[in-house]
Design a protein around this ligand. Structure first.
Ligand code: SAH
Ligand code: SF4
Length: 385
């Protein structure tokens, strides 16, 4: 039990001489059950409370009308339901929504909702900043700040779901898919991400199918292998280069886990999924003159010939001092055509929410950069001009 309580404490908001409350928002079904058993209550209380939190999205124990008053009072004294603080909300004219939320470390992270073709995809962050330092990613340029807790990860889904529950019916929208493609590398915050994804897929949580929850990784190979032991979510891999020489520059984790190891781990993950029709999404950010040439498309096709995949091309989303440029629409189309001719299913990610800076790799807005790395980076870039 102490492990459970330790993992849900939020010291930042706890005055020195009070006992911290357990944040029930961050408890998976298993941990919620353990919590109620530990206070001498029956297992079904866990189910009731999970439904109140994730189906009805309440944060007030008094609204839990099928829970006895005595238990509600007890819960009020020892527990709480607390999502991360919403610092600001932004609503684009194209329907995209963005929430900037503050996490316990004091940093801010972003959550983006993208409605498209009858689907509503929520892009969720797993860390404040990121330690992996991909050369074209603004989150990477901030350095690592903190891992998000389970409550902070699932809290992003809870906040968005609460918003849609509260808007008038005609504007009502649903979260049909969740992608772990916001800020951070989800496999570097393994346990919390797995618990949060379990809640996304749990019937007592958000009830999403495993096909509709996607984890995106830049290739932390041992953690990807471990994931296959505990989860069967959909997989996206950020490849961005078809050979080790180029990938070492763009995605530095490649120096530790090069392409052959990454491809083996992808096969291992896909082979362990019981339904044979599933494919891995290969993400490939196109950087003008760097990885978007015809020879790169040919090498990529050769590299992926045995991989059950679809390819998602992401034209680079610029940010200040990145040193990279987005390729022209023609260059993107040529790259797509070449892969399609080789027999691949290739999509190009459209930029959404332009007016609210909600695009991939631009999720940096008001994050407090405690390491001041982006400032240092900007100074270095300025000297190089
Ligand atoms: N850390 C994970 C998930 C978050 S990033 C990962 O790397 O997969 C989500 C996707 O956005 C990744 O494919 C990432 O490489 C891509 N991305 C990052 N910065 C970008 C930028 N400036 N333009 C376009 N795509 C970017
Ligand atoms: Fe981290 Fe992903 Fe950005 Fe790389 S692309 S720095 S892994 S968030």
């Amino acid at each position: 039990m102490s492990e459970l309580i330790d993992s849900t404490l939020d010291q930042a908001s706890t005055p020195a001489n009070t006992v911290a409350k357990v944040n029930l928002l961050g408890l998976s079904r298993q941990k919620m059950t353990a919590f109620f058993l530990s206070i001498g209550e029956k297992k079904f209380r866990a189910e009731q409370v999970l439904k109140w939190i994730h189906h009805h999205r309440v944060d007030d124990f008094d609204q839990m009308t099928n829970v006895s008053k005595a238990l509600r009072e007890r819960l009020k004294a020892t527990a709480e339901i607390r999502g991360p603080e919403v610092v600001s909300s932004h609503f684009s004219t194209d329907g995209t929504c963005k929430w900037v939320v503050r996490v316990a470390s004091g940093s801010c992270v972003e959550t983006v909702f993208i409605p498209e073709n009858g689907r509503g995809t929520l892009c969720v962050s797993s860390q404040a900043g990121c330690s992996l330092d991909c050369s074209f990613c603004s989150t990477g340029k901030q350095g690592f700040n903190s891992d998000l807790t389970v409550a902070e990860i699932i809290g992003q889904v809870w906040i968005a779901a609460r918003h849609f529950g509260n808007v008038p019916a005609k504007m009502d929208r649903a979260i049909t898919n969740v992608v772990m493609m916001g800020m951070g590398e989800p496999l570097m915050n393994f346990d919390n991400v797995v618990d949060a994804m379990d809640l996304m897929m749990d019937d007592l949580g958000y009830g999403l199918s495993k096909r509709r929850v996607t984890l995106s990784t830049s290739g932390v190979v041992p953690a990807l292998r471990k994931l296959s032991e505990v989860s069967n979510v959909s997989l996206a891999v950020s490849l961005h280069a078809p050979n080790n020489e180029l990938r070492n520059q763009l995605v530095p984790i490649n120096r530790k886990y090069p392409l052959d190891q990454l491809l083996d781990a992808i096969h291992y993950y896909m082979n362990r999924l019981t339904d044979t029709k599933r494919v891995v999404t290969i993400e490939y950010t196109l950087l003008s003159g760097v990885n978007d040439q015809p020879e790169h498309a040919q090498q990529l096709a050769a590299l992926l010939q045995d991989v059950p995949c679809k390819i998602n091309l992401i034209p680079f989303n610029p940010f200040p001092h990145s040193g990279y440029e987005r390729p022209s629409n023609n260059a993107v189309r040529r790259f797509q055509d070449s892969l399609q001719l080789a027999g691949f299913n290739v999509t190009v990610r459209k930029t959404r929410g332009d007016d609210i800076d909600a695009a991939c790799g631009q999720l940096v807005g008001s994050v407090m950069d405690k390491t001041r790395r982006s400032e240092r980076y900007a100074r270095i870039a300025a000297r190089q001009v």
